[in-house]
Design a protein around this ligand. Structure first.
Ligand SMILES: *[C@@H]1O[C@H](CO)[C@@H](O)[C@H](O)[C@H]1NC(C)=O
Ligand SMILES: *[C@@H]1O[C@H](CO)[C@@H](O)[C@H](O)[C@H]1NC(C)=O
Ligand SMILES: *[C@@H]1O[C@H](CO)[C@@H](O)[C@H](O)[C@H]1NC(C)=O
Length: 325
């Protein structure tokens, strides 16, 4: 039965080399479901108690900075809590592994080790904080970077941008997006008397990390200011319409006035003649169909000497009289 012995020792060898197997020398089972929670470069290791185990256990958890130190350092010892906060021991550019084991009265379980964790690459970025200030129909969006636990945000992710989405409250499906915004303050010109909601993400150039979304915040716009070019256009239109109208009106008045009151001063005796009630109808005749019988042609000739004009007048007047008589 040599082959059976060989098979058994082979299985034993296999068990020894497989990680996570608890069969060998430890009586205590190991913690399970070990996991790292890291937000904004804080880091907490969490685990569940060993399955099917009753009784009081304590835990020991340690970390190792890969390529700097070869040995583990203990952070949490003899604790009953199912987590351990490593934040204050870590470096922002560190590459770490973590391990935890269960203990009870001198007995220990096997270690359970995490995968490698690269702080600046694997940590989750929390949401940016967003403040809205409205002024007229504008809303100013002020964004603050997430606050990191063990470093300044800018020291690590110095080329971060923001993705901003916004929508009218109640119209969540009609979202507008502004990606790659580099400024921490953005002023948007929006519709007046409308409530808008905003959500913002941080996107880093390093490792192309996207933060958790900010809380949705909303703000209402009020009455908008008229923009200068709109006012200028309005004034232009008003001028373009009204100026020709005014000019036309003036021109019309001028025509009427100058028609009724010729510039040329009538000689005194002629004015007296025209003002005679019997003759004043001549003014009305000017614009109405002219009757045949009475027709006084008057030519008033500006310029020239007084005598010339008077004689001309006299002549035409005389002639007219002769014709009627
Ligand atoms: C667990 O600890 C408590 C006190 O902390 C003790 O009363 C209890 O007997 C212990 N249980 C076991 C199984 O040792
Ligand atoms: C988001 O809202 C929650 C609860 O309303 C609050 O506790 C949290 O601080 C807010 N986060 C930010 C970044 O303002
Ligand atoms: C942010 O914008 C980038 C493009 O600039 C895009 O690839 C990415 O998916 C956006 N992320 C979110 C969360 O909107």
């Amino acid at each position: 039965m040599q082959s059976t012995v060989f098979t058994i020792s082979f299985v034993k060898l296999l068990c020894l080399t497989l990680p996570g197997m608890t069969a060998v020398s430890a009586e205590l089972p190991s913690p399970s479901n070990i996991r790292i929670t890291s937000i904004n470069m804080g880091l907490v290791l969490e685990w569940d108690p060993p399955q099917n185990h009753m009784g009081n256990l304590t835990y020991r958890s340690e970390y190792k900075w890969k390529s700097i130190r070869n040995s583990y350092r203990v952070v949490c010892l003899d604790t009953t809590a199912l987590c351990c906060d490593f934040t204050s021991h870590l470096n922002k550019f560190g590459v770490y592994t973590f391990q935890v084991r269960a203990e009870r009265e001198g007995e220990t379980s096997h270690w359970v080790e995490t995968k490698e964790f690269v702080m600046d690459e694997h940590t989750t970025l929390g949401p940016p904080s967003v403040t809205l200030v409205s002024s007229g129909a504008n809303i100013e969006v002020s964004i603050e970077d997430p606050v990191l636990r063990i470093s300044e945000f800018k020291e690590i992710y110095n080329h971060a941008t923001f993705n901003i989405t916004y929508w009218k409250e109640g119209q969540e499906k009609k979202v507008k997006r502004m990606n790659g915004i580099q400024l921490h303050e953005v002023v948007l010109e929006l519709e007046q008397w409308t409530r808008y909601c905003f959500q913002v993400w941080v996107v880093t150039e390093r490792f192309f990390k996207q933060s958790q979304p900010s809380n949705v915040t909303c703000e209402s716009t009020a009455k908008g200011k008229d923009r200068p070019w709109v006012m200028a256009l309005g004034m232009f239109v008003v001028m373009a319409v009204s100026v020709p109208l005014v000019v036309l009106a003036f021109w019309h008045c001028y025509r009427v006035v100058s028609f009724l009151r010729p510039k040329v001063k009538l000689p005194g005796h002629f004015t007296v003649y025209l003002l005679d009630p019997q003759c004043s109808s001549i003014l009305a005749l000017q614009s109405s169909p002219q009757p045949d019988e009475v027709y006084h042609e008057v030519s008033i000739m500006p310029g020239g000497t007084e005598t010339e004009r008077e004689s001309a007048l006299w002549w035409t007047e005389h002639k007219a009289h002769n014709q009627t008589d």
